[in-house]
Ligand binder design. Structure first.
Ligand code: BG6
Length: 289
């Protein structure tokens, strides 16, 4: 079983946000990676059986935070350092008057980050668990005396029963860069995107609402709403790439799809003293009978 319960980890490594009635979120402080979102007892996120929890490697699954660079990076590791840094849980999780559970996680520059990216910053990541919805809010602050730019993304891995019965909807007529076809630029013609191959596309200037969901009965859907995340990356490694990844099971590609809200096609310019905020809201839509 993939480790998606708090008891699988030292208590100092994880924060458990329990909304009650089988609804909860589990966050690992390594990368502030959301490992699990259970809604009404149903796990929504994919976490690989082979994910490594050594507090070094990025966690394969859940929702890694990509900052300050999406993709290969001349200055540092692929997808930046945020997903492999230890974040601080700012305060204990709190419950508001509506019963929603909120926690904040903070990443600030240190010697190691400044050695590869010499800027003073503070990222505050706020996770809120509601009855059928979770929100993730990313606030990037430039605390230094130099302007900087960055890309960022929430690398959400959705757990799905069967990739052949899943569609991603809401991207029709948007342009994408196809990373597995030499960056070819194409306009998406389909209303229902089906995936049946190694798939790695950066959709640009996408609508603020995307649906990841069933095309057959018996499964839930997720509505993803975004703010200040203009792009959406859709990724599935498919069989050959899955085999080549040491922290991903050979057959797991059929049970996951990444739909990633990002600011990646252009860089965010953040001048000294400024703050940039972006967020995603995921809503669970139960299966229709
Ligand atoms: C996706 C990228 O966001 O992440 C892919 O578009 C990449 O190109 C994938 O392969 C996984 O990246 P990583 O570094 O976690 O193996």
């Amino acid at each position: 079983m993939a480790k998606q319960t708090p008891s699988s980890f030292p208590s100092s490594d994880v924060v458990f946000l329990d909304r009650g009635n089988g609804t909860s979120v589990l966050v690992h402080l390594h990368g502030a990676t959301v490992l699990s979102w259970k809604c009404q007892g149903q796990e929504v996120l994919f976490l690989s059986e082979k994910a490594v929890f050594d507090n070094k490697k990025a966690i394969r699954g859940g929702i890694p935070v990509v900052f300050p660079n999406f993709g290969p990076w001349d200055l540092g590791p692929q997808h930046g350092f945020a997903r492999t840094k230890r974040w601080q849980a700012e305060t204990p999780a709190r419950t508001d008057s509506a019963g929603n559970v909120v926690a904040e996680f903070v990443l600030q520059d240190d010697e190691a980050t400044r050695a590869i990216w010499d800027f003073r910053f503070k990222v505050v990541y706020t996770v809120q668990v509601m009855e059928k919805t979770v929100t993730m809010n990313v606030a990037v602050n430039n605390l230094g005396s130099k302007d900087f730019d960055f890309t960022c993304l929430l690398h959400t891995y959705f757990r799905i029963p069967d990739i052949s019965k899943t569609a991603v909807m809401g991207l029709q007529n948007t342009k994408y860069v196809d990373k597995v076809r030499d960056g070819e630029e194409v306009t998406e013609a389909r209303e229902e995107i089906r995936i049946d191959e190694n798939y790695d596309r950066v959709y640009m200037d996408t609508p603020s609402e995307i649906v990841v969901g069933k095309v057959a009965d018996g499964s839930h859907s997720i509505i993803m709403q975004t703010m200040n995340f203009p792009d959406t990356v859709v990724w599935n490694p498919w069989a050959d790439k899955a085999k080549a990844m040491s922290d991903f099971g050979d057959d797991e590609y059929s049970n996951m799809v990444c739909v990633e809200a990002g600011y990646v096609a252009h860089r965010v310019q953040l001048n000294t003293g400024q703050q940039f905020v972006c967020s995603q809201k995921l809503t669970f839509v139960p299966a229709t009978q």
